[in-house]
Design a protein around this ligand. Sequence first.
Ligand code: CA2
Length: 143
Amino acid sequence: MSKILILNGANLNLLGRREPSIYGFETLVDLERKLTAQFPTTELDFRQTNSEEELIGFIHEAFENKHSVVLNPGAFTHYSYALRDACAALTSSGSKLIEVHISNPHSREEFRHTSVISSVATGVIAGFGLESYSLAVSALTSN
Ligand code: CA2
């Protein structure tokens, strides 16, 4: 199995430092440590950006190199058609992309109930805290 990009979008650099009742106390560094320990034989590449342009660039990189992607787009989930088009290009080329969310957006505000990414993702995992990412990597590495 080739490399998996673990991509986190807008504001997820704040993980563990704000709104712990929704997102918990663990940081992106904790996530990287956990997943690296849990999947020692899988090449995982962790990135976070608050820039829509940069996030799209990461998806293009996956497209060019046939990498799989675990993507938490942050609030880009709910409105970024540009990110959606990049994800669609990736998955229609045969690469897998799992959309993940720490919280369950469907149990929150109305605007979070729409994802413009889900219908072009290979699958969606939401609501399991940081475990959502582990479940996504398991899904990508299980066959
Ligand atoms: O539950 C998720 O993973 C979300 O993708 C997180 C996004 C939110 O806009 C989505 O609706 C659901 C928000 C990321 C902001 O992350 C923060 C983390 C800690 C403190 C403040 C913001």
